[in-house]
Design a protein around this ligand. Structure first.
Ligand SMILES: *[C@@H]1O[C@H](CO)[C@@H](O)[C@H](O)[C@H]1NC(C)=O
Ligand SMILES: *[C@@H]1O[C@H](CO)[C@@H](O)[C@H](O)[C@H]1NC(C)=O
Ligand SMILES: *[C@@H]1O[C@H](CO)[C@@H](O)[C@H](O)[C@H]1NC(C)=O
Ligand SMILES: *[C@@H]1O[C@H](CO)[C@@H](O)[C@H](O)[C@H]1NC(C)=O
Ligand SMILES: *[C@@H]1O[C@H](CO)[C@@H](O)[C@H](O)[C@H]1NC(C)=O
Ligand SMILES: *[C@@H]1O[C@H](CO)[C@@H](O)[C@H](O)[C@H]1NC(C)=O
Ligand SMILES: *[C@@H]1O[C@H](CO)[C@@H](O)[C@H](O)[C@H]1NC(C)=O
Length: 394
């Protein structure tokens, strides 16, 4: 199967311009609102479980689930993306450019309000494990507000963006939009917290063979992981990203030269991403046969025949909130994300390079149950429970 048709997303820049079109849209920073540590609400919302589907087309590195927009509700699949903040949804205005995905018709929603701001969003990781080329993942948007529901709970007046056109790279999406899940509790999640939902969510991003992937809003499902969760405080919460700093990275137990790096934890990105120097330091300890793949700049490959015999356990060491080191580890089974379309004898490896960006993507996240604690501004991890997959339930 082809590796390059997985899906990934990462917010880079949201540019807003006046409706009267300014020649060069300026990049603005969106206001971030820190979620209250203790929610005060007369009637707290109980948690919401959202089943996620796995986009499986050669790689199981992308998950998405349903939300409903408007009154009466129109049903759409979205990626729940911890690497971005806002909600973007395909609209009928996008026409043939969005023909492959269901589109929101704002004229059929009695609660939609057009907010009239024109915007553009560019993603630094795009559809597929393929590296992004230029601006090939770009959405043109118009702002609005409407009622949005998830798991049976609705929130009125949620800020969102209608996708009015998109670049062709988005055509293969099996979903209609992106729901940002950054640590700043805006939009849909902010509205849920305002209604009394505890200010955290949890991801169970299982591999294809386990299935039953799930997003839990407002709670932690203890049945889905082994042992205890280890928490770490996020670095620079004002950045609007879920970030932790490594102290070291090891391959098969051997330390690389890489020390302190700030990684963005991104549920919307399939591959791992880091600068070429760091990617190559890791690859050097796996095999000298891993080399840049000339036809796809910033991707690396290895002859597929070599993959199964190679140990490639990559451990990232972070520091817990109690000051102890802990590891998050990618097993050897993630080394290959599948053959390149242009040369099926060469398999793409799990790290793409990009200057000045460090991203932990699905290759790692799918091996842990993860808790994204907005109120506590921290991340929690525990190994996923595999009892279902291995048939070892006693
Ligand atoms: C929403 O659409 C998905 C398919 O995309 C379907 O599985 C689900 O049942 C739909 N939900 C509702 C409430 O219509
Ligand atoms: C919505 O309705 C208005 C007024 O009838 C019309 O001008 C507009 O084209 C419609 N928009 C869409 C997306 O259908
Ligand atoms: C809805 O949201 C918009 C923009 O976020 C805000 O200006 C407006 O006051 C809100 N309306 C209500 C009724 O809350
Ligand atoms: C899955 O891969 C096949 C083979 O490359 C491709 O033709 C098809 O469009 C892909 N499906 C999706 C939903 O991307
Ligand atoms: C989990 O934490 C509890 C309470 O601190 C402790 O008693 C237990 O031994 C821990 N379990 C594991 C597997 O570490
Ligand atoms: C983390 O992994 C490294 C490399 O395998 C190992 O040396 C270290 O003991 C591990 N640390 C913990 C806390 O497990
Ligand atoms: C470290 O790498 C060497 C080869 O360079 C290898 O022989 C050794 O087993 C590795 N150490 C561990 C702990 O895997």
């Amino acid at each position: 199967m082809l590796a390059s048709l997985g899906l990934s997303w990462c917010f880079v820049a949201l540019c807003l311009a006046g409706v009267t079109e300014s020649a060069s849209p300026q990049i603005i920073s969106l206001t971030s609102r820190r979620a209250p540590k203790h929610t005060v609400a007369r009637r707290a919302l109980s948690s919401v479980a959202v089943p996620l589907r796995d986009y499986f087309n050669g790689t199981d590195l992308q998950w998405y689930g349903d939300i409903q927009v408007g009154t009466p509700p129109q049903n759409f699949s979205v990626v729940f993306d911890t690497g971005s903040t806002t909600l973007e949804i395909n609209s009928v205005e996008c026409g043939s450019a969005c023909a492959n995905q269901p589109q929101f018709d704002q004229n059929k929603s009695s609660t939609f309000v057009d907010r009239g701001q024109i915007a553009k969003i560019v993603f630094s990781t795009g559809v597929g494990v393929d590296p992004v080329v230029g601006d090939n993942y770009e959405l043109q948007l118009r702002s609005g507000t409407d009622t949005v529901a998830v798991g049976g709970i609705s929130v009125a007046n949620v800020s969102l963006f209608l996708i009015t056109t998109q670049t062709p790279a988005f055509d293969i999406d099996p979903f209609s939009g992106i729901q940002g899940m950054s640590p700043s509790a805006q939009g849909l999640f902010g509205g849920l917290v305002d209604q009394g939902l505890p200010s955290l969510f949890s991801f169970y991003l299982t591999p294809h063979d386990i299935g039953n992937a799930e997003l839990t809003l407002g709670a932690i499902d203890n049945s889905k992981f082994q042992g205890n969760l280890t928490y770490a405080a996020i670095v620079d919460p004002q950045s609007g990203f879920w970030q932790l700093q490594t102290s070291s990275i090891a391959v098969n137990g051997n330390l690389t030269t890489i020390d302190a790096r700030i990684f963005l934890f991104d549920s919307g990105t399939s591959n791992m991403v880091m600068p070429a120097e760091d990617a190559e330091a890791i690859y050097a300890l796996i095999s000298p046969k891993i080399q840049p793949f000339a036809q796809e700049p910033n991707a690396y490959g290895i002859p597929c025949s070599e993959v199964s015999s190679l140990p490639a356990v990559i451990s990232f060491t972070f520091t817990s909130e109690t000051g102890s080191p802990f590891n998050l580890t990618i097993p050897s089974s993630e080394l290959s994300v599948g053959p390149f379309r242009s040369n099926p004898d060469v398999c793409q490896t799990l790290i793409n390079s990009m200057e000045d960006v460090w991203i932990i993507g699905a290759s790692l996240l799918k091996h842990y149950y993860s808790v994204w604690d907005l109120g506590g501004q921290r991340l929690g991890f525990a190994p996923v429970s595999r009892s279902v997959a291995t048939g070892c339930v006693l």
